[in-house]
Design a protein around this ligand. Structure first.
Ligand code: KPL
Length: 313
């Protein structure tokens, strides 16, 4: 292992995409896979400006948990929100005390839970991305939509090490919690709608789902203004129109993508419902968030999805 090597935890779509980006910086990258440890190169498929398909290959080392050795100074955790803390604890002894731990996961809360488990002088950079990507196999990913990525410090910067600057150009931001809430709102509208109605991201802007989309955005804008909302101050200047534009824009830019929640349901995997609609469900009292409550209930009771769909329409 070299001094600047990154350890990316998780070979889901976003883990693979970010492994390729970090490798492009010229630094070695190891990807820790939960199962299916592939051999061979990482392939990223993309569309050229003229719309033709192109693919690039990256020499990345793929390993299993049993193959972990040494200590990494830079770790990027690309896991589901509900796996984040456990994934870190699994690799903790392979992280350096004065190192950097970064997260790229949906939802809000798991990142904060991680802080209590960090080693002394480790800095936690929370990240959020609205890029669309689809995993095609254990070492093949396809870019399915443009988006923004931001990383910001959640812990007080330890200036002795990777204190002030995130070691990837152009993604660092000041107020990451605000970005995390905006992303949470994006996921709280697009993900449940795509998962419940089995549609791609762009279709949430089409009839008949469009009506629920608009109502869900209006409801979120109201919740965010409630004095009881934990992050109300951070988003007090965010108007309903701005929120609507932001969420609709992501749906457009990733229109061909199947959201992570839709993928989870199709593949009979656990969803991030608890960290997305569940977050708003817990933050409000009865009647204040009927649409988020309906999303939350539908995703918790997938055997009756048809009934929940009818209720929503
Ligand atoms: O974050 C996403 C997800 O699917 O979880 C979006 C941005 C909606 C892209 O699909």
């Amino acid at each position: 292992m070299t001094k600047d090597e990154w350890l990316v935890v998780g070979n889901g779509a976003i883990g693979l995409l970010w492994a390729s980006k970090l490798r492009q910086l010229g630094e070695p990258v190891t990807v820790l896979c939960r199962r299916d440890v592939p051999s061979g190169l990482l392939t990223v498929e993309d569309l050229d400006e003229d719309g033709s398909q192109q693919s690039s290959e990256y020499d990345i080392r793929f390993i299993s948990k049993e193959q972990l050795e040494g200590k990494y100074t830079k770790v990027l955790l690309c896991t589901k929100a509900f796996d984040l803390v456990a994934a870190y604890l699994d690799i903790r002894k392979h992280t350096k005390k004065r190192g950097l731990v970064a997260t790229l996961c949906n939802g809000l809360g798991a990142q904060h839970d991680l802080i209590a488990h960090l080693k002394k002088h480790q800095n936690l950079w929370a990240g959020t991305t609205s890029e669309g990507a689809q995993k095609l196999s254990a070492n093949r990913v396809k870019k399915t939509g443009l988006g923004d990525t931001f990383f910001g410090l959640l812990t007080d910067a330890d200036e002795n090490f990777f204190g002030k600057e995130f070691p990837y150009p152009g993604v660092q931001c000041e107020n990451i919690e605000r970005r995390l809430i905006e992303k949470l709102a994006i996921n709280a509208v697009i993900n449940p709608l795509t998962a419940i109605f089995s549609v791609r991201n762009g279709q949430v802007l089409e009839t008949p789902i469009r009506g629920i989309f608009d109502a869900a955005v209006a409801e979120l804008a109201q919740i965010m203004q409630l004095s009881t909302f934990k992050y109300a101050e951070l988003v007090s200047d965010l108007s309903q129109d701005q929120l609507h534009n932001r969420i609709a824009n992501v749906a457009r830019l990733t229109s061909l993508n199947c959201s992570s929640m839709f993928e989870d349901i199709r593949n009979h995997r656990k969803t991030e419902n608890e960290y997305i609609s569940g977050f708003f469900h817990r933050q409000t009292s009865s009647g204040q968030a009927p649409i988020q409550d309906a999303f939350y209930a539908a995703l918790n009771d997938q055997s009756n999805l048809e009934m929940h769909k009818k209720k929503l329409l």
